[in-house]
Every structure is written in C-alpha cells, then in structure tokens.
Design a protein around this ligand. Structure first.
Ligand code: HEM
Length: 212
C-alpha cells in the first residue's frame, strides 16, 4: 500500500464530507477522484490496523458501504462497482445526512470552529495508557454526542441518520481511539488534527510508514 505523504498535503474536494476519507486523500493514500472499491477497502482496513491495539475493520462491510455511497438504484450501484468510489462526489448520496451530523464540516468542506469546540463539551479528562491526561470521549460520551446531534436536527433529519452515525464516530473511536484508564476514548486533539490538518495521529502514520 502507498506510503502516507509527509511534507505536503494533497488537495481534497469539498464534495468529500467524510473527515476520515479526507485525511486519507490529503495524506496521499487515496486519490481525490475515483478509486476501485477494493483499493478503498484495503486502504481503510490497513490504516485501521495501525491504530492502538491493531483494530480490525470488517472489509465486507466497508466494501458494501462504498458500493451504496453514490446511490441505491441498481444502475448506480452497478456503475459504482464497475468504476469505483468517487471520493470527490460523496455529497447528496444516501450516506449524506445533510447537516444532521456533527456540523464540524460545512457543506463546502470547511471546518466550523464553534462546532469543533462543541465536541469538547461532550468530552472529559481521560488518562491514557502512558499516564498522560487529555480531553477525550468514551463510547458513552460519543453516544450522547450523536443523540444530541440527532435531536437538534429535528425537522430536517431521516430516522436512518441516527443509524448511519453508528458507522461513523464509534468506528473512528475503534480506529483512532486510545486505551485509557476509563476504557477506550477518542482524543479531542486527534479529532482536531484529523479535521483541521487532515492528518491521522502521528503514531498511526509512523506505523503505516513502517509497513511499506
Ligand atoms: C467506504 C467508506 C466510507 C464512506 C463512503 C464514507 C462516507 C461518509 C459520508 C458521505 C459522510 C458524511 C455524512 C454526513 O452527512 O454527516 C461521512 C461522515 C463521517 N465518516 Fe465516513 N465514510 C467511510 C468510512 C469511514 C470510516 C472508516 C470512518 C472511521 C474510521 C468514518 C468516519 C466518519 C465520521 C466520524 C463522519 C462524520 C460524521 C459527522 O460529522 O457527524 N467514515 N462518511
């Protein structure tokens, strides 16, 4: 698999609303354009493996999510299967919650500072495995955050949106989380790095570089 770029970051289209995929594009692991579903899946699985405790993501489920990302209509799915995932064109597909999520990225892919600050309101002080203290969210806090995001979107949300969230923040916790004294937590600083700098935590990019 490709080595993550270090010095410069590749441009990422506004049409990619997924903070995790945006970092993979910025770090040169996936193209901003079209990528075969197999490559998208293997890249995500390989990156996940560099997380703390070597998290294993289910390849078949990721492949299936990528397959439906541009639409559920059989013709659209056949095209996605044949041509691949268009990372620059993920908006307005079935996975787009149209603002019913965190709101950390606006519709143009820009970071909304007050929404990023709001994430911290759901966090608490966590003690990491090496004894460091930092702000982070446990799974219970992530669930409260997702429930609040869903609540405030009343009138402009689909019931499905709450289910989709379960495949976003909790998966990010699994991949990027750290083992702390109170269980696994998602570091607020790591989320900030992911969305603002479009970078994975340094410990993950270093582990990734060591695998090639
Ligand atoms: C084929 C794989 C994937 C596709 C097609 C995809 C697509 C998307 C899309 C379209 C959104 C925007 C949803 C919205 O309107 O808020 C999104 C958001 C998100 N995704 Fe992904 N994603 C994929 C994999 C992942 C993975 C592996 C992770 C975690 C490691 C992840 C974490 C997130 C998070 C945290 C959000 C933000 C939700 C929010 O702001 O509330 N995604 N993704």
């Amino acid at each position: 698999m490709a080595r993550a770029r270090k010095a410069s970051s590749s441009p990422v289209s506004a049409g990619n609303p997924c903070p995790f995929l945006r970092a993979l594009v910025a770090q040169g692991l996936l193209a901003d354009g079209v990528e075969p579903l197999g490559k998208v899946t293997s890249t995500i699985v390989a990156v996940a493996r560099t997380g703390e405790g070597s998290p294993a993501l289910p390849a078949a489920a990721i492949w299936a999510i990528a397959l439906i990302a541009h639409g559920l209509n059989p013709l659209t799915m056949a095209r996605t299967k044949r041509e691949g995932l268009r990372l620059s064109g993920l908006r307005d597909g079935p996975l787009d919650k149209h603002g019913a999520g965190s709101g950390i990225l606006d519709a143009n892919g820009r970071v909304v500072a007050r929404e990023l600050a709001r994430l911290d309101e759901f966090a608490s002080e966590q003690i990491g495995s090496s004894g460091q203290s930092e702000r982070g969210l446990t799974l219970a806090q992530i669930r409260r955050y997702m429930d609040a995001n869903f609540e405030r979107a009343e009138g402009r949300r689909r019931a499905l949106d709450r289910k989709l969230m379960d495949g976003e923040w909790p998966v990010l916790l699994k991949v990027m989380g750290r083992d702390g004294s109170g269980g696994r937590y998602l570091s607020v600083a790591d989320v900030r790095t992911l969305v603002v700098d479009r970078e994975l935590p340094k410990r993950m990019t270093q582990a990734l570089a060591a695998t090639v």
